[in-house]
Design a binder for this molecule. Structure first.
Ligand SMILES: NS(=O)(=O)c1cc(F)ccc1F
Ligand SMILES: [Zn+2]
Length: 258
C-alpha cells in the first residue's frame, strides 16, 4: 500500500519506508516568531511568473497541483535567501477537513485552514528531478490561507475541480498567473527543510510568507470535494493532506522583517 494521510499509511508510518522522516532537517515546523532571528542580509523575494508557462491542473492523489513549463527561465524566483535562479515547477495545496486545521507549517501553534506551496528548482541542476534530492535543490514558497472574503483568483482554480475530482485526472489549464495568489506583503521566514511528503528529501530552502491570503469558507469546502481515490473506487474525500510539524533539531529560523 502506498503512503497517504490515514492512520494506516499516514505521517506516523512514513518512517517505515522513508527513514529520513526522522532526519535532521524535516518539514514542516512550528514557526515561533519570537524565536526567529531577524537577518538584515536577507533580500526581498524576487518572483517573476509568466502565465503562458501554465500547463495543466492535476489531481495526483495527494493534492491538487498546477504544473508549469520549466524549459526556460520565464517563471522563476531569485534573491530572498537563495543564490542563483530557481524555476517554478508547480504549485499545490494542503488543507483540512474543517476550517480549524489544514496548514503544514504552524505559527506559534496556530493552524491555518490551508497552505499553498510554490515549488521551484535550482537551475544549477539539469532538471527538477535531479535537483529534488540535492541539499540546495529546491526553494518552496509557502503561503497561508485564512478564512475571509471570496478570493476571485482562487475561483479560477476551483472551477476546474469538477473535472479533476478523482486521482489521476488532469485537464489543461492555461494563462494562470500564480502571483495573483501571493499576499501583498512578501515578508517571510526562512529555514532549511525538506519535502513534506515522501520521499521527504532534505532539499528545500523554505520561504514562508508571514501574511496569509484569504479564501471563503465555501471555497475551502470546494477543496474538500476532491477525492484521494480514483474513478470507480470507493470515494475517499481529499482532506487533512498535511504533515504535522517536525522537530527543529537545532535549526535557526530567520526573519526577513523586524
Ligand atoms: N509539500 S512540498 O512542497 O514539500 C513538496 C513538493 C514537491 F515538489 C514534492 C513533494 C513535496 F512534499
Ligand atoms: Zn506541499
Amino acid at each position: 500500500m502506498s503512503w497517504g494521510y490515514k492512520a494506516n499509511n499516514g505521517p506516523q508510518k512514513w518512517v517505515e519506508n522513508f527513514p529520513i522522516a526522522d532526519g535532521v532537517r524535516q518539514s514542516p515546523i512550528d514557526i515561533v516568531p519570537g524565536q526567529a532571528s531577524y537577518d538584515a542580509g536577507l533580500k526581498p523575494l524576487n518572483l517573476k511568473y509568466d502565465p503562458s508557462t501554465c500547463l495543466d491542473i492535476l489531481n495526483n492523489g495527494h493534492s491538487v497541483q498546477v504544473t508549469f513549463a520549466d524549459d526556460t527561465d520565464s517563471s522563476r524566483l531569485t534573491d530572498g535567501p537563495i543564490s542563483g535562479l530557481y524555476r517554478l515547477k508547480q504549485f499545490h495545496f494542503h488543507w483540512g477537513a474543517s476550517d480549524d486545521k489544514g496548514s503544514e507549517h504552524t505559527v506559534a501553534g496556530t493552524k491555518y485552514p490551508a497552505e499553498l506551496h510554490l515549488v521551484h528548482w535550482n537551475t544549477k541542476y539539469a532538471s527538477f528531478s535531479e535537483a529534488a534530492s540535492k541539499p540546495d535543490g529546491l526553494a518552496v514558497v509557502g503561503v497561508f490561507l485564512k478564512i475571509g472574503g471570496e478570493n476571485p483568483n482562487l475561483q479560477k482554480l476551483l472551477k476546474a475541480f469538477d473535472t479533476i475530482k478523482s486521482k489521476g485526472k488532469q485537464t489543461s489549464f492555461a494563462n494562470f498567473d500564480p502571483s495573483t495568489l501571493l499576499p501583498g506583503c512578501l515578508d517571510y521566514w526562512t529555514y532549511d527543510g525538506s519535502l513534506t511528503t515522501p520521499p521527504l528529501y532534505e532539499s528545500v530552502t523554505w520561504i514562508v510568507c508571514k501574511e496569509p491570503i484569504t479564501a471563503s469558507s465555501a471555497q475551502m469546502a470546494k477543496f474538500r470535494t476532491l477525492l484521494f481515490s480514483a474513478d470507480g473506487a470507493a470515494p475517499d474525500c481529499m482532506v487533512n493532506n498535511y504533515r504535522p510539524p517536525q522537530p527543529l533539531k537545532g535549526r535557526t529560523v530567520r526573519a526577513s522583517f523586524k
